[in-house]
Design a protein. Sequence first.
Length: 1074
Amino acid sequence: MPVLLFGQGATTSSLSGKITDSRGEPMAGASVVAIHAPSGTQYATNTDNAGNYRIQNMRVGGPYTVNMSFIGYATKTYTEIYLRLGETYVQNGELTESTTALQEVVVTAGVRNSILSSARAGTQTNVSSRDLANLPTISRSITDFTRLTPQAQGTSFAGRDGRFNTITVDGAAFNNNFGLSSNPLPGGNAQPIALDAIEEISVNMAPYDVRMSQFTGASINAVTRSGDNTYKASVYTYLRPKSFTGNTVDGNDVAGANDRNSQNYGFRVGGPIIKNRLFFFVSGEYEVESLPGVTWKPSVDGVSNPNLKISRTLESDMVRVKNFLLSEYGYDPGKYKDFDPFKNQNTKILARIDWNITKDHKFTLRYNDVVGTSDQETNATSGPPNNPRNSGRISSQSLAFSNSFYGFKNTVRSITGELNSTFNPKISNKFLASYTFIQDTRTSNSSLFPFVDIWKDGDQYMSFGYELFSYNNDVTNKTLSITDNLTVNLNKHTLTAGISYDRLFFRNSYIREGTSYYRYASVDDFINGADPIGFGVTYGYNGVDAPGAEATFGFAAGYAQDEWQIVRQFKVTYGVRLEYPIYIDKLGDNPAISALTFADNRKMDVGTWPKSQLIVSPRIGFNWDVTGDRSVQIRGGSGIFTGLLPFVWFTNQPTNSGLIQVPEIGWGTSNSASMANLVNLGFHPDFKAFIASRPDLFPQTPGVLPSNASLAQVGKDFKFPQIWRSNLGFDIELPWSMIFTGEAIFSKDINAVRQINLNLAAPAGTMTGPDNRPYWTTTKVVSTVSNAMELTNSDQGYQYSLTAQLTKNFRNGIAGMFAYTYTMAKDVTSNPGSAAFSAYSSNTSVRSLNNPELSFSNFAVPHKLVGNISYRLEYAKYFATTFSLVYQGYQTGRWSYTYSNDLNGDGISSDLMYVPASATEINFADQTGMTAAEQQQAFWEYINNNEYLKSKKGEYVERFGHVKPWIHRFDAKLLQDVFSDFGTSRKYTLQISVDLLNAGNLINDSWGTYTYNPLASYDNVRPLSVVTKGTSTTAPVYKLNATSIDDFKKKTTLSKDISTASTWGCLLGFRLIF
């Protein structure tokens, strides 16, 4: 349920209102005392001259009792008041003169509708403690509940990259700041906070409180549980045995389904240390999970079958390579079939102290610790520069040996202290300080050995060796945050001013291809010692194994705002936030780089960071009670929001400066000049000795650049991500405790983030024929440098969404919500990578990747339906049953259509496809088993049977232009409570729960399943390969990506994704509450 949030990360709630006498006149100096009944915590204030009062920084939850009194008037008491995270609960009161018969009036307030509230202006979703307990969850993660946000797509909100969200827990930053994955939370596969430790979650996309910061996607806030005056505890276990996962999809057996199982054991306990004064809460949890790892297997005939997870890679070839590695080098590459399940495990603990120092000063201290490990399959497609991307190392085309897999060890530790003070009825203050330590370390079961890709027929075929990005890969992030907010209540104005400072430290040890990388054209070439067709390596100078780039950044902010109740029915909040980034560390300069001149006479300066620039973010929001009884309201606002970004893009600069480690070396077929280095290179298992023996190829002196090095810098005028966002919404109260909401959000990029290659030469011209895109014959300005990447900005991009939502507030045991959202989002890049060149080259375009077209974003799909309903029934004195259901219907993503290799000669396989206007408009080459004419006709039939391609005849496709099919899924939960006090003052509850993921699939194994495109490599559909590149005089020539016409027709038919992602799953829980 939506509420207004406040604070840099919301941790508390507020209470406000107006007290009048029986004639409606304001009562100045009336006393207001709010008591949090479970803990006895008291909050007190007096009304001002206009009869208004406001109590800040109150504990979330309840129930509260609020007493309003004035000399000579009967006291009025409101009970059963519950405050939600970030909510300003409005409780007005009318006092009547005291008589003998009338000394006190008691009113049961109950749970107030937080949608129809004067505090609401922007777009937000709140997940209450009731939702956390009652709604289905299999992963027991925050993301299982943030999906209830109508504008959410996975971890993306309002069409924005999920890496641009910010997450706080009890006000402490809990972000994946370095950004090596799309997961916005730190801790890898482990959830950094046990779900049992969380009281409430809220998601904000358009808050106009200037205290909210550091996001251009969404601000996700969670507050943890706290103790009170009653000792309470719970112990639990959640089990998912092997038989609790569906093992068929559309009649096909699912490989590895029986490998999936998990166990979760945990507890929580809280209570008083000193009644009414000092409280504690502790939560602990251990989780271990086994899940299908790599389920692909080699073929016996060289023919792939994606439905059966059979790769084209011959088992005989893998046996041959393994035997050769063992006999020749004594290296065991591991398994090539029947792979072991992947294992994830983690342990987490949270402890919290709440101290009511006095009724005016309250202090909270919270510590959290999680350590987890997880298994991962080898990187899918990346490699060193000048080596074309492949279609996937584990796919229908290729397989990898098990020792090329890797693992993660993730550590997250966080401590937060918060002091809330009330100095007088007008002035209150919140001081918050937090420190978070995050470390992500890669592990490997392989002994030290080069990583090797073997190709066949122009694409990936086989991989083995020490995973190419895992050698001495270790990231550390330390974040210190300090915030102080002062609030002053002045009649109709609530003034807030504050300051904050964040200090972020990063150390990144990242040695790409650290054990060296080789690529061979065939199995025979590798075994027979032929020259490789690709090579890459990065290493530390002077034998240092784990050099690390260190960088420290500061963010200072000051802000002020006024919440102005202009009239009783209309309130406006306006303010401004000033932020100033500080680049604390000095960088070393490399004269060898500074001396180079790139395209348009551009220079690189790896010795300095961007200029610090003041960032101004004004915001304004309003709320209008149209009818005066809060049954209809209109709300909205507009403002500037500035966020952070994955800081790995910043550390790319010192990592590739040539001072800490050698810039990544890449030689391969995309740069013919670099191929000379591959002649007689040989294969060298002892990579350290080989590098030391060839100083002509591998310099050992810092500052000396090797041939074909990769460079990176942050542009000197770079600005942090910034958007202009506006929303307009209305809420209408309906019968049966229902509310209809309409909502519109629009965002415009002011400073989007993208990478450009300063070393890309100008195109040679445009291709002849209907496909007249630019082409290159020379790709590099400086021939000795592979690429020179710059992190820069773009003002292109926008997102908007329209939402219609129906909400049923909890009453008579029933609560629910249903919403439809239409979203449109466009950008120039989704920045699909962490290394600078990877983020650049993984984009797609018709033109140069330095100037990509504005097109559809991969972070939004047009249509989404989401809803939930829950019902609780208590009966027979000792029993209660709760049933809940969550439904999601949405389009599962977007596809782009590209070629599987380089068309325009820029050295990157990133070219969006041209769709011919007629069957004969593009040329094909004969290949074994297929004539050019047969391929031409098959491709034309494919176009005519594809609605998107059919609509693009004679045009270029758009990046992510084709929307994937719909999926409809239901998740269900059944809770059965058995409770009794056994004649004591304490209630004991045994709770049995069943969470069912994709419940429809349990009824019919074709329901709730994902769609697989056999021609797709991730989100790029590749029906064609380029045989001859296009020039100004020669039209390009293509071939089908298939072994026969029948094979192509099979690949053009969408298939069910036959994996556990498409099946049902069940989680069985047992819990004792006392």
